[in-house]
Design a protein around this ligand. Structure first.
Ligand code: ZN
Length: 246
């Protein structure tokens, strides 16, 4: 079974459409690691698509904040403004869907999904040390996570971790055959707001139980996304950062 792994779409319809076109015909099911809304200007379009097409999903912190959970105190002013705006414009059925998204971790058929870390949906996994510290608490051998907007993987054996790096800017894909007796924490990167200095939309395709991971990047129409953010009256910094991948 080939899974299309999406995370942190953040109301960016152009990026989502580019990923779907790029991955067309290469997957059987779609899973999502949360933060479908927040930051971007197309929350209804993205939520309607997710409702219809995603097979398994967990909620992210922006999904919570944009649908009524009072966790805005952790947000910077631009993120908080976008969350408040999103809550206002989400149509009732979409708002209800976002509000009822389940927390992670969640099993997706032999591997787990979480937004932050498997032990805390709001925890960031950034360094190899972060990954090592989680090793004993993983609910399954392979866990996908998002939240950092950084495409990366950590391979884990007792007491040590190694990196699975994303494709460099001139390449579209890095392929990894996962080792049978190791654990993995895998981040497909962010579809709608990459922060690893590569502005291309990030995602992954995971073939399981073959354990074949493909970390992929695809360019998208950043200008259109930026225009929509500005037209919506959202903070301009949310548009500007997209061209930088920061
Ligand atoms: Zn996010």
């Amino acid at each position: 079974m080939r899974f299309l792994i999406l995370s942190d779409i953040h109301s960016n319809l152009s990026a989502l459409q580019a990923v779907l076109a790029d991955a067309d015909g290469q997957y059987d099911r779609i899973v999502c690691l949360g933060d479908i809304v927040g930051y971007g200007a197309e929350p209804n379009e993205v939520t309607a698509w997710v409702r219809q097409h995603v097979d398994s999903i967990v909620r992210g912190n922006h999904d919570k904040a944009s649908s009524g959970d009072p966790c805005l105190q952790d947000f910077n002013p631009a993120a908080a403004a976008a969350a408040a705006w999103t809550r206002q414009v989400l149509e009732p059925t979409n708002l209800e869907y976002v509000r009822n998204l389940p927390p992670g971790p969640r099993d997706a058929g032999g591997f787990c999904l979480s937004h932050g870390s498997p032990r805390d949906e709001d925890e960031y996994i950034v360094t190899r040390q972060d990954a090592i510290e989680l090793q004993r608490e993983l609910p399954s051998e392979i866990c996908f996570f998002g939240h950092t907007h950084i495409q990366v993987g950590f391979g884990l054996r007792p007491g040590r971790a190694w990196l699975l790096v994303p494709p460099p800017y001139h390449q579209q894909e890095r392929v990894y055959e996962l080792e049978p007796d190791a654990c993995y924490l895998l981040n497909p990167g962010s579809v709608g707001q990459p922060r690893d200095a590569d502005p291309r939309a990030a995602y992954a395709i995971f073939d399981h139980p073959a354990k074949l991971l493909r970390l992929r990047r695809t360019p998208y129409d950043i200008l259109t996304t930026q225009q929509r953010i500005l037209e919506a009256g959202l903070p301009p910094v949310l548009a500007e950062r997209l061209s930088l991948g920061r």
